[in-house]
Design a protein around this ligand. Sequence first.
Ligand code: NAI
Ligand code: MG
Length: 478
Amino acid sequence: MSKMVINGERVAAQDGRTLDVLSPVDGEVFETLPRGQAADVDLAVRAARDALGGEWGRLSALERGRLLLRLGEKVLAHHEELSRIESRDTGKPISTARADITVLARYFEFYGGAADKVHGQTIPFQQNYSVQLVREPLGVTAHIIPWNYPAQMFGRSVAPALAMGNAAVVKPAEDACLSILRVAELALEVGFPPGALNIVTGLGEEAGAALSRHPGINFITFTGSNEVGVLIQQAAAVNAVKCVLELGGKSAHIVFDDARAELAIPAIVKGIVHNTGQTCTAGSRLLVQKGIYPRFMEALAQEFSKVRAGTPDMDLTCGPVVNRAQFERVNRYIAKGLADGMKVVAEGRIADGVPSGGYFVKPTLFSAASHDSDLFTQEIFGPVLVSVPFEDEAEAIRLANATDYGLLGAVWTENGGRQQRVARGIQCGQVYINGFGAGGGVELPFGGVKKSGHGREKGFIALEEMSTTKTIIQYYGA
Ligand code: NAI
Ligand code: MG
């Protein structure tokens, strides 16, 4: 059985209860996890608080940074082991898992290097006054992590928090805890003091809800569904703590008639099938200018029909989706598209020989979606791409903005003025021009607008989100 990590120790839930871990590849149980409850969360929050008042809180920024750098190196030293754990737990093709673990290490490298480079300010004020603006940690930070990129999201959320001197309590998703638990053990091995980083496993509505409501936390980061995002924000309101929410997206590619199709097509396919479409930043809508629509869709269909789903070891483009609920959700959307009369222009294939109990879905490309259909406006979170033609720039921007979400966008055109106008016209947190890098870019500020959430992660901006300022005003005259 796997163990949680609380106060530097590997522990079971206090009441001894466990959860089964099912393989997405065949639906069989292969591991058990502690089913943490409010009492376990409470222990972890206290351990974090004690760490802030103890050894962890006394470390300098340089020393914290060095610990993070060491953890990054340790992750690389265990790269294959962690990749295997991640791939087994989530069903990711092994290459995808390897790429994720590389990014995990990169988060510790980036924020380890940044820890001692966050400076305060002095502010000119009245005569004989000195005013300093100093950065301070928030305190105990709570991190509720989703299952789609567990290792990466753990790094994205926890590395800047630790760099700024917070103590973290992490609740991974019940479907994807194993790589995070292993990294927390590695953190102890490289010398993180007890309580600086705690992991409580369990169900969202139990351990997750208990953590978000705990009066001892000072901040919450959450990535996941809109429904739970609302609950997190309500819990944060009760304790008057800040939260950063990343609640998914329905990001659009906008392809103009002068776009370089040979660049756009592979990026569009990868942008929706990578990680089996379970990516908040997936390019899940495709808007193509009318004049090239038939020709472009034909070329795209050719590329899309090469997509294959298989087991992690087959290492094809897609794996299974993470669990039965997700399997049913994606298939429900595909069925809805068909029932609504939408046309399938290409399908990928599920490889021969995959286990029958696995959660494999057929990658599907739909054309001519109606603008208000569920498939066009809702997050599916699977390898399903919907496309529509558009007339001109104004219509493209209007359609791109015609969902509640606002996470990413992409514009494909050689026209410089149009690149800039469209990039500025799309309501979202990140826009690519002639490229698409869903999820990539540890250095690049990232987050949403509208119902995709608020707050920013990645880059230096995360260090600001995960700290606060104090203004010290000193009179030194007469
Ligand atoms: P979810 O929002 O329920 O799960 C995300 C995390 O929140 C998990 O760690 C879960 O344990 C935790 N959680 C669940 N209920 C909670 C509660 N009451 N209080 C505190 N924490 C709680 O997402 P779910 O149900 O697994 O997936 C449903 C849909 O959400 C997906 O199909 C997808 O559309 C979206 N989603 C988006 C993600 C993103 O990257 N933006 C990631 C995961 C899901
Ligand atoms: Mg849920």
